[in-house]
Every structure is written in C-alpha cells, then in structure tokens.
Write a protein that binds this ligand. Structure first.
Ligand code: NAD
Length: 460
C-alpha cells in the first residue's frame, strides 16, 4: 500500500461513520455472528496457524485464543441490547422538570494494533468491542506471527462487512503509515517502548488511546501458602505459551522459610505437567524467534539453576527453568522475562515483599499466594496493579466481568466484556426539558433584589 492508499483507507472508514448505518444493533449482531463464523468454521486452520507461529498445541490454541474470542462474542451478543439502552440519570431540583440520560455513541473509525504472543485473541477480542460499539475498524496483526496474520487477512473479507472492517498486514513501515492517519481511537497491545510511539502519533490528532502493555508481574509466596497448590498453579501459568504471556508470573518473592520446599514443589509440578523432557512435549509451546531465544538464554545465567535449564535452539525450545539466589539487580530482574524462566528472590516477610513491589513500576498483574487472610488484605490495600490474583494466576483474564488492563507503565484503559463496549464508545449525556412551563425564567436576567436572594438560596 502507498501513503495515499493508507490515507484513502482511513478517510473512507471515517467518512462512512456519518450516515452510520452500522450503528444499528442489527448490523452489529450480524458482524458479531460473522466473526464467530470466521472462528468456528475454520478451527483447524486457526490451530495450524498458531502451531506454525508459536508451536501452540491444538488444545492450548483452542482454550487461550479461539474460545476466549468466542466467549467475548457470546457475551456481547447477549448484552448488546442492554448496553445500547439509554441509562436514566437523576436531575437536580433546580433544573426540574427535566429528564437526563446517557447513551453510548460509537467513536467512529478505530485502529487496533496487535502483538504476536496471542496473535489471534489480541487482534480479534478488541475487534469484538469495536463492532459491538458500532465502529468501523482497521486491524493490524503482528508480523511476528505471520501465519495467523495471513489467515486473519484472508478470512476477514469473507465473513465481515469490508466497508467497515479491514485488515492491514505489515510491520513497522505499515504501522507507522497507519499511525500517521487520523483515527477516533487507537487500541494498542504490545510493549511500552512502541506504546510511546503510538501515544506520540495519537497526540497529533488528539486521538484517545487504549494501551495494553506488559512489564514484570510479581508473585509473593507467603509462609502460610499452600505450597503444593501454589507451585502447581504457578508452574502452569509460567509454562502456558512458554511464558510468553503478558500476565505470566514474572518472578517470585518467596518467604525465606519456605523457599526450599517450594522449589521442590515446583520441580514436582513441572514434572507432573510436562514430563521429564518438557522441551520435546508437544503440549509445550516454542519461543517465537531466535532473537527472543538468545535473549532468554542470556537471562538464564542469573542466580543458581535449580529446575530445568535445557535448551534446543534448532527447535526454539527452552525448558521451564527455576533460578534461586537471584540478586534484585541481576539481568533477569531488570526486564520483563516473557519466557519460561522463573527467578526466586528470598524475602523475610510480607513487608519486604510489599516494599519490593511498590518501589517498582505498577505491574499488569500481581499474585499473592497465602492462606493468611491478613497478608492477602495487605496486598489488596497497599499495592496497585492492573489486577490482583489471590492464590491463582492468569485466570482473571478469563473472567469477562473483570476489567482487563494495566495502570501506569503497564498501560491505560481496559477491556473485556462490558468494558470493551465502554472502551469503544463515548458516553454522551443528554438533558431534555419540556417547554410548556419555562421554569428557567427564574434564572434569566434582569434579576430583582428578591430574585437574587432566592437564587442565592437555591444555588447554595
Ligand atoms: P510485537 O513486536 O508484535 O509488536 C506489537 C505491535 O506493534 C505489532 O503489530 C508491531 O507491528 C507494532 N510495532 C512494532 N514496532 C513498531 C514501531 N516501531 N512503530 C509502530 N508499530 C510497531 O509485540 P511485542 O511488543 O513484543 O509484544 C510483547 C509485549 O506486549 C510484552 O511487553 C507483553 O507484556 C505485552 N503484551 C500485553 C498484553 C496486554 O493485554 N496487556 C498482551 C500481550 C502482550
């Protein structure tokens, strides 16, 4: 596409919003059905693409990508009529009689930029919100998951209204050209470095942004934790998609009194879930490319290796690896790991863990494993994060009634379920006042002394 093509594309999608035929509930429901068909009628193709891009097993692809979007579609279809209803609001006595309500307007033409790690879910789940909100949209999938990107681009025109939904494939050049256009919202998922480029481009047109970012999501394992269950849940969360998950547990602050039994439980949990040779297990995903593989290999030299450590560069596989005696200033603690390496940092108590977390950037997710409810309460009250998981990791993303998004360096804005509809619409306030009796005349000038006194009493 040339620069002119990008401008034409954005202009077309923005111009169409005026007559806005796709504001209707019928159009939105038809498109949501189309999107559901695009997924459910091509399950094998999606699974093959995700296996090619990330070595995802068919079951993992199904549970963490396809079914997540289908569930979002079902929820939006069920609730759309309710979300689109005007919501009545109270009116102050001084303005009575009058009726106030809010309605949700589509924003117009939106741009969705997706990353590679859940390349289907993170391109299409935002699109559910965009369509439910009555917008036109351009979706830009990640070039680092080329098979999934190609499939999205190939199937979208078959199942969706091409006048309103377009897919643009490409990398930095194409995304840069898209960002130069004027949009009504940019919904970006990815790293915080590119998020700054997105935000700067958006500022030129005063375009609002939703930024779904990442960073290090910490875990605290308390002395009171159920170590067996905690280790199982953490091993599962850290090895899902080989740790390439934005809300994957990044590192564990472990109470020093339980560190050794916890390492043993982690060893057992990895063995139970992925066997003696995880790197050859077909259920276990691969690392996305050589660059990330080499980066992760470099991070494995921090601390002492206690579990795993095996690698296979030809197949881009890294075994789940647990490191202990990790210094807080070591390389593995400096950046988001985004791979199956789990460093353990000893702490003396919950105070030290809370201080460690609050001294750093606000995370996308924070996980506390403890049976002591006072410890859990302290984490809820004394820390800030996009989400908090208590004795569970990752699963909050599968609860559509919970907002999904970061805070501070981990992002701004949220989506999933009703929040997606809200993210892609503007809440418009409407006030209507009957004309039969002009009660406002009290406020019109000129104001006699008596009227001035009355108005002062009314508007205290
Ligand atoms: P990525 O490299 O696929 O990049 C994301 C998108 O940005 C792509 O579509 C890419 O084409 C585009 N892009 C890359 N460089 C660009 C540039 N210079 N200018 C304009 N566009 C550019 O994915 P990534 O950023 O490596 O994704 C991983 C990061 O995303 C991690 O930090 C992870 O935590 C985060 N993430 C967050 C969520 C969430 O929901 N909050 C979900 C998944 C991933």
């Amino acid at each position: 596409m040339t620069t002119t093509d990008f401008r034409t594309l954005a202009d077309e999608l923005r111009a169409r919003r005026a007559p806005g035929f796709w504001r209707s509930r019928r159009w939105r429901l038809d498109q949501l059905d189309g999107l559901a068909g695009m997924l459910s009628q091509n399950i094998t193709l999606w699974e093959q693409a995700l296996a090619k891009d990330l070595g995802k097993s068919d079951l993992e692809a199904h549970i963490t990508e396809i079914s997540v979007v289908l569930e979002e579609i079902r929820l939006a279809k069920r609730n759309l009529w309710h979300w689109m209803l005007p919501h009545p609001k109270p009116v102050p006595a001084t303005l009575q009689p009058a009726w106030a309500h809010t309605v949700r307007d589509p924003l117009g033409a939106v741009l969705v930029i997706a990353p590679w790690n859940y390349p289907l879910q993170l391109a299409l789940a935002p699109l559910v919100g965009a369509i439910a909100g009555g917008n036109s949209a351009v979706v830009k999938p990640s070039e680092l998951a080329p098979a999934t990107s190609e499939l999205i681009a190939r199937l979208a025109p078959i199942y969706l209204d091409s006048r309103a939904v377009r897919v643009v494939e490409g990398a930095v050049d194409e995304t840069t050209a898209l960002l130069e256009q004027r949009w009504d919202l940019i919904f970006y998922t990815g790293n915080s470095r590119v998020a700054r480029i997105v935000a700067a481009a958006a500022a030129k047109h005063l375009t609002p942004t939703v930024l779904e970012l990442g960073g290090k999501s910490p875990v605290y394992v308390d002395a009171s934790a159920n170590l067996r269950v905690s280790a199982r849940r953490l091993a599962w969360a850290k090895t899902m998609n080989a740790g390439q998950t934005c809300i994957a547990p990044d590192y564990v602050l472990v109470h020093e009194s339980v560190r050794e039994p916890f390492v043993e439980e982690l060893r057992k949990a990895v063995l139970e879930q992925l066997g003696t040779a995880p790197a050859t297990n077909a259920e276990y995903a691969t690392i996305v490319n050589e660059r990330h593989f080499d980066r992760l290999r470099g991070l494995m030299s921090s601390g002492t290796r206690r579990v795993g450590g095996g690698i296979n560069r030809d197949e881009l596989r890294i075994e789940p690896t647990v490191l202990t005696d990790v210094a807080p200033e070591s390389a593995v603690m400096a950046e988001e790991i985004f791979g199956p390496i789990l460093p353990l940092v000893d702490v003396a108590d919950a105070d030290e863990a809370i201080a460690f977390v609050t001294e750093r950037e606000k995370p996308l997710a924070l996980y506390v494993y403890a049976e002591d409810t006072a410890v859990v309460r302290r984490f809820q009250q004394e820390t800030t994060s996009g989400a908090l998981g208590v004795n569970v990791s990752l699963a909050h993303a599968a609860v559509p009634s919970l907002p999904f998004g970061g805070v501070g360096e981990s992002g701004m804005g949220a989506y999933h379920g009703r929040k997606s509809f809200e993210a892609f619409t503007h809440e418009k306030g409407v006030l209507a006042k009957p004309t039969r009796l002009d009660t406002l005349q009290l406020i019109y000038p000129p104001h006699s002394e008596g009227r001035r006194k009355l108005l002062r009493r009314l508007f205290r």
